[in-house]
Structure formats: structure tokens, C-alpha cells
Design a protein around this ligand. Structure first.
Ligand code: FES
Length: 200
């Protein structure tokens, strides 16, 4: 698994942090005020609070529990209870490669030379959780890979699939720029209803 869609850009505006995940890896996805995206392990190195519950403060992410602040490299650079202390370099959050492309935020949990998935000029429409594992979703479409699944339909939609649990996945739907966005959204809901009727 190389690049995985973890959110649509519109759902992570500058200054916002959200929770996300790729299978068992829980992630905090955040965007600096100037628009740089980051994907980090969703655990504060101090006491394990979820960093996705924290807040973006300038170009840092601050933990909501005791306020430790982490710079864009994931290193702790400020501890409010010890304002004059330079935090040890060992206090850092595991970080992952994270880029925005085509209105989708992509994360790779491992080093990869693989290119980002080709989106064919499609625009992001919406994200929807489906109660079906990513491999089962891929199998439904006869696909070998579940990172992205091109779907032949009236809307020429493409689904970028995010494995969540062994029973759920998130799909991020894209469609041609001239597609009827409401129709694509309804099609996606119908697809979910159909897929969730398929016995696992
Ligand atoms: S748990 Fe995050 S600062 Fe203490």
C-alpha cells in the first residue's frame, strides 16, 4: 500500500486538525495556516492524548491536555509548564508523508517512490463511510488494488478508498468537472446501500 486518501482537502482547511486512520494506524491530519498538510501519529508523546483533539497554533500543533507544542517536523518545541526549557530532541511525534493533490489529501505510511494515483482531472465530490472492508470493496469491482478504484458509470466517478477497520472503509468520490454533483452524491449513497446488502 503506497498512497492512501485520508480526507478531502475541503474537510481540512488551514488551521484545522482532524482524526483519520489507515487500518490500525490512527492519524492526526492537520493543515498550517499557510496550507501545508501533515499526517502524524494521533498520540501525544507526553501522556498519549489524541493530537487530533488539539489545535493548530501558528505552524505548530498543540496538545489539548497539557499544551505541549510540536513543530512541523513533529518535534516538541514548547512545554507551557516549563517555558524556559528547551525540550529534548527525543520528544517527537511519528510523522508520515502527506501531500495534497487534486483536492485529496494523500498519506504514505512508508517511504515510497510510487507516484500519486492518477485522477484524470476529476474533482472531489464527497467522502462516505461504507460498512465493508476495503478488500471486499475492491473485490466487488474486480479490482486488484484498493487505493483507487476507477468506476465506469454515468458519472465517470473514481473512488479513492481508505481502509479503516476490517469491516469498514471510507470512500472519497471524485467525478468529472462537468458532472452533476448532487447526482454523483446520490449515486454514491445508492452504491453504499447496495454494497452493505452484500454478505461479507
Ligand atoms: S498528553 Fe499531550 S501535553 Fe500532556
Amino acid at each position: 500500500m503506497d498512497w492512501v486518501a485520508v480526507a478531502l482537502k475541503k474537510d481540512v482547511p488551514p488551521g484545522v486538525v482532524i482524526p483519520s486512520r489507515i487500518s490500525d494506524s490512527e492519524l492526526a491530519i492537520w493543515c498550517t495556516p499557510s496550507g501545508r498538510y501533515h499526517a502524524w501519529s494521533d498520540r501525544c508523546p507526553h501522556r498519549g492524548m489524541r493530537l487530533s483533539h488539539g489545535f493548530v497554533r501558528g505552524d505548530t500543533l498543540a496538545c489539548i491536555y497539557h499544551g505541549w507544542q510540536y513543530n512541523e517536523a513533529g518535534s516538541c518545541d514548547y512545554i507551557p509548564a516549563h517555558p524556559k526549557l528547551t525540550p529534548p530532541v527525543t520528544i517527537c511525534v511519528p510523522t508520515y508523508r502527506c501531500v495534497e493533490d487534486g483536492g485529496v489529501i494523500w498519506v504514505s505510511l512508508t517511504e515510497t517512490d510510487s507516484p500519486l494515483p492518477m485522477l484524470g482531472g476529476r474533482d472531489p465530490i464527497r467522502s462516505l463511510q461504507i460498512s465493508l472492508s476495503a478488500p471486499d470493496l475492491a473485490a466487488h469491482f474486480g479490482a486488484h488494488s484498493f487505493t483507487t478504484i476507477a468506476v465506469v458509470s454515468d458519472h465517470d466517478a473514481l473512488l479513492a478508498v481508505q481502509p479503516c477497520t476490517d469491516r469498514t472503509c471510507m470512500v472519497h468520490a471524485l467525478a468529472a468537472p462537468d458532472a452533476d454533483r448532487k447526482a454523483v452524491s446520490r449515486w454514491l449513497e445508492d452504491l453504499r446501500a447496495t454494497l452493505e446488502r452484500v454478505p461479507a
